[in-house]
Design a protein around this ligand. Structure first.
Ligand SMILES: [Zn+2]
Length: 465
């Protein structure tokens, strides 16, 4: 015996997986209606939309967290160095029993704009079930992440043996512009041993995944100019190519004939160990029949560990406003996804150099830098990752796979910068058919129930590990 005070940790969780599975199943109907209530709030963070809904969704999330016994629930903001005030975020805390770790549970309550109405089979803000999936904007990304946390805390109740801080951000879909300021200002509230980011995807329906790599993002605008002003295409057409044609020729140099990115100096990370079935990929992405896939190597490599370059915007005269003139300028917005190991600044420089040195017909090429976000590579292994893998395996009855994400979660790099000693677990509520950001976004309800169970198991085991 020693004189050391005994930790106030509750006794090791003895509740069986089967009992916890039954409890999650019993709690799930109420969790589903909580999710539906959140989806009905059009909390679009894009500044072109009414920002008042973000206050309403933050208040709704705060109420849910008060209802699961969080001792301290606050709606907070921070101000970044540019004077930008953050959209409302919810921070809820329940302190750790003595000697137990603290876990930060992250999700975001803001959503993408709904997009075109005809892209939806049903109203994006009226959650609707079809075929075991719940459709609605944010039903997956990331209001299901909020519900995963609320559900785990509700099911565990007073058996929770770890400290928990829930952090539900309100501006992830606009690139978390005040994230570092928020982390810094509220550092003492948010500090944790383990961080669970529930904003990614599982491998497929029935197979869980732990997201261990994320691509980063670099974007820029490129303008091609050929004339000081527009001229008549009959009088001058022939010796002068219009700016949209020249821009198209410049864009065409960005990929080789196989469809791999042709910009020199970009990094490719090692090939992943799992691959995506081509037929599944074509179905998930809705590729039209007869279209050949671009690039070489595994599909997962092309999606996670190689650069990918897309034209995401193109400014030229619209077809409706077309006249017989040679357009003097045209602009494209380019989006470059970068794999782990690629420095964003070096990637931006490589892209700029490529664009400037491939100016077709000596046209004037101007590159304007845009956003930059770092890629992420989890450590090969950690105690928290082992605990998470075990929790996933028990929740699904199938071993999880390590997956990458082609998309970016730039704030993960910010979390690592501010909390370098925390173990970060990137978990998911989506599956390949969730269509986050698109029309007919949905969450698979059976999978969401497993996500809740996995988080229950993870939190119980982190308390005793
Ligand atoms: Zn998200």
């Amino acid at each position: 015996m020693t004189d050391e005070p005994r930790p106030q940790t509750p006794p090791p969780a003895t509740t069986s997986v089967g009992e916890l599975r039954r409890r999650v199943a019993a709690a799930f109907p109420a969790l589903r209606s909580d999710l539906e209530a959140l989806v009905r709030i059009p909390s679009v963070s894009n500044p072109a939309f009414d920002q008042a809904h973000l206050a309403a969704s933050a208040a709704a999330v705060a109420d849910l967290l008060r209802g699961v016994g969080m001792a301290q629930v606050q709606v907070l903001t921070a101000t970044n160095p540019d004077g930008l005030v953050s959209r409302p975020a919810v921070v809820a805390r329940r302190p750790a029993p003595a000697g137990a770790p603290t876990v930060l549970l992250y999700a975001h309550h803001d959503v993408q704009p709904p997009g075109a109405a005809d892209a939806w089979q049903t109203d994006p803000y009226e959650p609707t079930e079809r075929g075991g999936r719940l459709y609605g904007r944010g039903a997956a990304d990331d209001k299901a992440g909020v519900i995963a946390h609320v559900g785990a805390l509700r099911v565990l109740g007073d058996e929770l043996g770890v400290g928990v801080t829930v952090f539900v951000e309100g501006e992830e879909e606009v690139g978390s512009p005040t994230f570092v300021a928020f982390l810094t200002e509220h550092r003492d509230l948010l500090a944790a041993d383990v961080i669970v980011v529930a904003d990614s995807a599982n491998w497929k329906v029935g197979v869980p995944g732990l997201t261990t790599s994320l691509r980063g993002l670099v974007d820029c605008d490129v303008e091609v100019a050929v004339l000081e002003h527009a001229v008549h295409s009959g009088m001058f057409g022939g010796p002068i190519l219009d700016a949209p044609t020249l821009l198209a020729r410049l864009i065409a140099t960005l990929h080789d004939d196989a469809g791999d990115v042709a910009v020199q100096g970009l990094v490719t990370a090692p090939e992943p160990t799992v691959d995506y079935d081509e037929a599944d990929f074509r179905a998930d992405a809705a590729v039209l029949p007869g279209v050949r896939l671009a690039g070489t190597g595994t599909l997962t490599g092309r999606l996670w560990t190689k650069p990918a370059l897309s034209v995401i915007g193109f400014d030229a005269t619209s077809v409706a406003h077309a006249s017989n003139t040679i357009a003097p300028t045209a602009t494209a917005k380019l989006s470059l996804r970068i794999p782990p190991g690629q420095d964003p600044d070096a990637a931006a420089d490589a892209l700029r150099t490529h664009l400037e040195t491939h100016a077709p017909f000596g046209a004037r090429v101007t590159v304007r830098d845009g956003d930059r976000g770092k890629a992420f590579q989890a450590p090969a292994d950690s105690a928290a990752m082992r605990t998470a893998r075990g929790a996933f395996a028990d929740a699904w009855g199938t071993e999880p796979v390590d997956i990458g994400l082609g998309g970016s979660i730039p704030f993960i790099a910010d979390l690592l910068d501010v909390f370098p000693d925390a173990a970060i677990l990137v978990t998911g509520v989506e599956d390949p058919d969730s269509r986050a950001h698109s029309g007919n976004e949905s969450v698979h309800l059976g999978e969401l129930e497993k996500v809740v169970l996995a988080e229950v198991l993870l939190l119980s085991r982190l308390a005793t590990s």
